[in-house]
Design a protein around this ligand. Structure first.
Ligand SMILES: [Zn+2]
Length: 76
């Protein structure tokens, strides 16, 4: 069986927690919250349609390019 990661989102309509599965990049079991998803995991679910089982709405997984903070580093 293929290992999967869990990525948890909060429904923007009803705040229900929604789990989206992502292809694992190693054999570890891992879970992430939408605020901090490793880039390879994020890339693997970008554009996916997510269904909220509570309110029945559908959403598309997107990167927040207007995020107030972004990771920086010093490259030599
Ligand atoms: Zn909902």
């Amino acid at each position: 069986m293929e290992p999967l990661y869990s990525v948890f989102f909060k429904c923007p309509e009803c705040y229900h927690q929604i789990e989206q599965q992502a292809k694992a990049i190693d054999n570890a079991i891992a879970a992430f919250y939408e605020e901090s998803v490793p880039r390879p995991v994020a890339n693997s679910i970008l554009g996916n349609t997510v269904y909220c089982p509570n309110c029945g709405d559908r959403f598309t997984v997107a990167i927040d390019t207007n995020a107030a903070t972004v990771p920086l580093f010093l490259r030599k």
